[in-house]
Design a protein around this ligand. Sequence first.
Ligand code: HOZ
Length: 431
Amino acid sequence: MPQLTKSAELFELAKKFIPGGVNSPVRAFKSVGGTPIYMAKGEGAYMTDVDGNTYLDYVGSWGPFILGSMQPRVTAAIEYTLRNIGSSFGTPIEMEIEIAELLSRIVPSIEMVRMVNSGTEATMSAVRLARGYTGRDKIIKFEGCYHGHGDSFLIKAGSGVLTLGSPDSPGVTKGTAADTLNATYNDIESVRLLVNENKGDIAAIIIEPVAGNTGVIPAKKEFLVALRELCDQEGIILIFDEVMCGFRVALGGAQELYGVTPDLTTMGKIIGGGLPVGAFGGKRQIMENVAPLGAVYQAGTLSGNPLALTAGLETLKILMEENPYPELERKAAFLEAGFRENMQKLGLNYVQNRVGSMACLFFTETPVVDYKSAITADSAKYGKYFHSMLDQGIYLAPSQFEAMFTSFVHTEEDLEKTVKANYNALVAAHQ
Ligand code: HOZ
């Protein structure tokens, strides 16, 4: 069991100056109990905390580290840019064209793209663009999907708000809440109903095509196809939020995997290679409405800064050159099979959802296809499971409703260790 003396001291100090002691809520460990662990160093698939304990990392900075932390080529490229180019100019730079061209080559829906600084900025901007383009106000999202912390999205949202058990946030105006309609994931009739009740008023439907913030919930292909058709019929902009699943479930994201092309796509995480980045892009006809070409305003002091672009570009180049996806699938499937075998031995039958290297073990026997089925999972059991894994040196997301990310640098030995730890943690969860 790790000694966490220094982490505990730092958390006490942090609470004096930072709300809840953290800069993003889930990492506060509120739903799993205990106090957060302060990390001192990350390398490959491992993190070491301030007390000197080392953990096998399945959070990967919440998604970006598909190639592991401090990937040597990415680190060298960042270092080169910092020493030879600079950290920010606030002017156009050539690298912006390189990444825009690359993204338009990789992601099926993208013809034009705008770089921003986070996934939240990307989704807020994409929805504003959809509203500006269509002249309509309302949007449809899905219960339990999380699209960052923009006001429009904090209605029945997933991720931290679901983890803390308050999926609606104070501070969102009644007007904004009224413009956000919530449908049921994987249920096209629930979407049709809202569209018919709000005929001609819906600007956009935004969805995580692999939901990753209510645990992991794959969309059914026929559901995405039906969404596409409905949007075409009704003149609604279909937005895929691929901040989490983009470049993760396939190089071209969920849209490549499912063969369904949205009008706009939001991106982040992997395309920042561990530095803060987001992007939104899509059909030229729509993107041409973004300022200064069009009237829909969007801007950012650090947007397109060379450091973040370098990290993203190098990550994308490695993904293109090495095609880690079959290997990632094999590794994540090994974990899934190992966990299933452990559960069989223990007479347990919990649900595992997985798309490529995004996975979730839900502490429920109810198939998880949407928000309502996801919240049948027993968070208290997950908390015990989480702490037992942690005691065995494995760092999972401190919430039942987040994804477990396997990376390219998890070794056979790491995976075997994880399967063994899973057995012990399943036992611990039931004591
Ligand atoms: N809410 C994000 C994960 N889905 C990030 C959480 C964090 O960085 O603490």
